[in-house]
Design a protein around this ligand. Structure first.
Ligand code: CMP
Length: 131
């Protein structure tokens, strides 16, 4: 996902450009404004965390871009491309170092396993919307 901080600052095109230049193929993509209920469901795994309310409110504060990306070793390579969750700790040249402002408003989300990538892809896309 490209998160609301990045879409609202006009970084969507630059972030997609960086992702595609890193070798990822876009298999599905949509521009969507999540409701608080939808954002809460997506991040339900973090329900008990102290930042859950803030995370859900932020993720439903504006449009996001959801995408399914394909590449060999996609999960690990995408996490390297986006950098650490906290942009202050992200390596130079990573998407979060380039575009994020804080640990909460950190520009992008990437799945943390192949299994979660399948679950998260199914959250946003039907079979008709991917190829
Ligand atoms: P993401 O990769 O989308 O997965 C969960 C998100 O929770 C994470 O990126 C951060 O945006 C957010 N998050 C993690 N830790 C904190 C924190 N300490 N305060 C606020 N948000 C956080």
């Amino acid at each position: 996902m490209i998160k609301p901080d990045a879409t609202s600052k006009g970084h969507t095109g630059a972030i997609l450009d960086q992702i595609i230049k890193a070798g990822f193929k876009v298999k599905a993509m949509k521009w969507i404004h999540l409701s608080t209920a939808q954002a809460g469901e997506f991040y339900a795994v973090h329900k008990e965390r102290p930042f859950y309310g803030e995370l859900v409110s932020f993720m439903s504060s504006g449009p996001i871009v959801a995408a399914i990306l394909e590449k060999d070793n996609a999960v690990a390579d995408f996490r390297t491309l986006i950098g650490a969750t906290d942009p202050a700790k992200a390596d130079a040249g990573t998407i979060r170092k380039n575009f994020a402002s804080s640990i909460g408003e950190n520009a992008v989300h990437g799945s943390d396993s192949d299994e979660n990538a399948a679950i998260e892809g199914n959250f946003f896309f039907s079979g008709l919307e991917r190829f």
